[in-house]
Write a protein of this length. Structure first.
Length: 300
């Protein structure tokens, strides 16, 4: 009894550890993007396309499954091939565009409203039970994110268009997480990540060309930044999150990903010399407190 009863709990613990580690890996992405020597959309292209080789290697070396019936194609269904990749491409495109039309603080906060989108989608499309305690935890975490941004957040004025782009980013990333969570019921995280990254790269390439962005890094350090973004933040970070979505509720997972802006603020202070005031530190603590409340509300 103990082994069978503990097995789901053990899987949840591993998934939670993967989720937190994935969020921390993604937290490096603002630093990589800041240091990139190419345009914002081109950076998104390299982020996804340079991740394809290691993702393919992991997928190719995965444990063999039962042989498929003769005449059955191993090509994944169209939904796996297209939907997550299109949604993630939209997330990257609108996120990088938002930064050009609004403040970094505004774009950071508004794009992190994705847990609201995921919670609604998880309830409507995935049949997840959303408790009142979880909604309280969601509000606490969002309030903490607002504290993390602090007085830098501004509404109205010249930022309205950029703010709408940032909210669009949240919608795309929220829909991406819902799509991955839905597909994880029948497909492995390696398969989903491989094809979605390939599709995202194919979509972002002509966008970068049409926007006339700088496309090739000027130095070896510029290439190192792009490989770091692709392999650490995307191949590792997003793959760990995709794995976790197969074992944890999507609503809870999206909330845990709010560890990302907390860690990004810390990394920015540590490596880029960005200021980190008492209000931001308190906001990070509130976000983590909200995540702990959500864990008690959503996980058994």
């Amino acid at each position: 009894m103990s082994s069978s009863a503990s097995s789901p709990h053990l899987a949840q613990r591993w998934a939670l550890a993967a989720l937190i580690l994935g969020a921390l890996a993604i937290a490096f992405s603002p630093i990589f993007v800041r240091l990139s020597e190419v345009g914002p959309t081109a950076t998104g292209f390299y982020r996804t396309m340079l991740a394809v080789p290691p993702l393919w290697l992991v997928w190719h070396l995965r444990p063999a499954r039962k042989a498929t019936a003769p005449g059955t194609s191993r090509m994944p269904p169209l939904g796996v091939l297209l939907l997550p990749g299109l949604l993630f491409a939209g997330d990257l495109f609108f996120w990088h565009l938002a930064i050009q039309y609004t403040s970094v603080a505004n774009s950071t906060l508004l794009s992190n409203f994705a847990p609201v989108i995921v919670t609604l989608g998880a309830w409507l499309l995935l049949g997840e039970r959303i408790t009142g305690a979880f909604l309280v935890a969601l509000l606490v975490s969002i309030f903490g994110a607002m504290m993390l941004v602090g007085s830098s957040f501004q509404l109205g004025g010249d930022y309205v268009f950029g703010d709408l782009l940032a909210l669009t980013t949240a919608c795309f990333y929220g829909a991406y997480m819902i799509a991955v969570a839905k597909l994880r019921g029948s497909h492995g995280s390696q398969e989903i990540m491989l094809w979605s990254s390939l599709v995202s790269g194919i979509v972002l390439l002509p966008m970068a060309w049409l926007m006339g962005e700088t496309f090739l890094p000027a130095t070896l350090n510029g290439w190192a930044v792009l490989f770091g973004l692709a392999w650490v933040s995307h191949a590792l970070g997003q793959s760990l999150i995709a794995y976790a979505l197969g074992h944890l509720p999507a609503s809870f997972s999206s909330l845990v990903v709010l560890v990302q802006p907390v860690a990004a603020a810390f990394f920015g202070w540590l490596w880029l010399g960005e200021s980190l005031g008492s209000l931001q530190i308190a906001g990070g603590v509130v976000v983590l407190g909200g995540i702990l409340l959500a864990r008690r509300a959503q996980l058994k």
